[in-house]
Design a protein around this ligand. Structure first.
Ligand SMILES: [Zn+2]
Length: 322
């Protein structure tokens, strides 16, 4: 059963807002589009791996994607978690282009087709650390003991893995998406004893979803972006033109002629991603580029948003698009 699906992370969504709203020729645009490109490739790699997990959704596994859980004084992230009655499997999904060398010093070096080389964090250490963090988390939450396995899954079929024959860890921990099914069958044969009941799995899945804390990084600070660098106004969700104008209660795009009553909603999502979820009428007028505070009041009341305060001091509570 699919318990928790994956969606684009807040980090990706924030980078997308920057890409659409940063003023032309902003010095950080290139770095931002590089980071966004890499992260989107990773996200699509994870999605393409989901295809190979489909047979297990109907085989009694609980599948949870994109978990971020507390570990002592920090957090740990899991791309995909499979829970069965007999064991748990952690998947770390990597979308990598080029050749990955696991060398005799336990370094991981990525060689690209153009001959350039780059050191990589060793994903085997990463999954071993995730396993021990999950073990601690389960024992802190009084979940009965259950064996935990972990795998690094290469979701790009063109990634070439090279390692020395003495590197048994690579054989044990690294696989490509199409071989995932066979690897899972081996784990199934290894564990015949039931450690969790179906009821306990449901309880554990709910607990994991409840304790999941999405990462919400301050990217304005990280990229030193100021308010004057951001283009304001409602954007067209079809052609991305900005600003779309409001006429008689309907938004109208002068570039592609899209008409919609609700185009302010994705723009208010942008606001929440940039500046946080609390917004006043004045701030909304400024960001949506509308001249009448009565229009903003109408928009807020149509959204049924919770608020605190009254009159000009009233602040509405938006939701982060998760
Ligand atoms: Zn348009």
């Amino acid at each position: 059963m699919l318990v928790k699906d994956r969606s684009k992370s807040l980090r990706i969504k924030k980078l997308e807002v920057f890409q659409r709203r940063l003023i032309q020729n902003h010095p950080k645009l290139l770095t931002i589009s590089d980071e966004l490109g890499g992260r989107l490739a990773g996200h699509h790699g994870e999605q393409s791996n989901d295809y190979f997990l489909k047979p297990f959704l109907s085989k009694g596994y609980s599948v949870l994607h994109d978990l971020r859980l507390a570990a002592n004084d920090s957090f740990f992230q899991i791309d995909t978690l499979l829970i069965s009655t007999r064991y748990i499997l952690i998947l770390e999904i990597k979308y990598i282009t080029g050749t990955l060398h696991f060398d005799h010093l336990n370094q991981v070096i990525r060689a690209r087709d153009d001959g350039s080389e780059e050191a990589f964090q060793n994903p085997i250490y990463q999954v071993k650390r995730q396993r021990s963090q999950l073990t601690d988390w389960l024992s802190r939450n009084r979940v009965p003991n259950i064996p935990i396995h972990s795998l690094v899954v290469m979701s790009n079929p063109r990634t070439i893995i090279k390692s020395l024959p003495s590197h048994k860890d690579v054989l044990q921990y690294v696989t490509h998406s199409p071989y995932l099914q066979e690897r899972i069958q081996v784990f199934e044969k290894m564990h015949s004893v039931e450690k969790l009941t179906k009821k306990e799995i449901t309880k554990l899945s709910k607990l994991l979803v409840r304790q999941h804390t999405p990462d919400n990084p301050d990217l304005l600070k990280r990229y030193q972006i100021e308010e004057k660098d951001i283009i304001k106004g409602v954007y067209c969700t079809k052609c991305f033109y900005m600003p779309v104008v409001r006429k008689y209660g309907t938004w109208y795009c002068s570039k592609c002629s899209l008409k919609s009553m609700n185009l302010h909603l994705p723009t208010l999502d942008d606001y929440a991603l940039l500046y946080g979820t609390s917004i006043s009428n004045k701030e909304a007028c400024d960001f949506l580029q509308i001249s009448s505070r009565h229009v903003a009041t109408r928009i807020f009341s149509s959204m049924n948003l919770p608020y605190i305060g009254s009159g000009k001091g009233r602040r509405y509570q938006l939701q982060l698009p998760i």
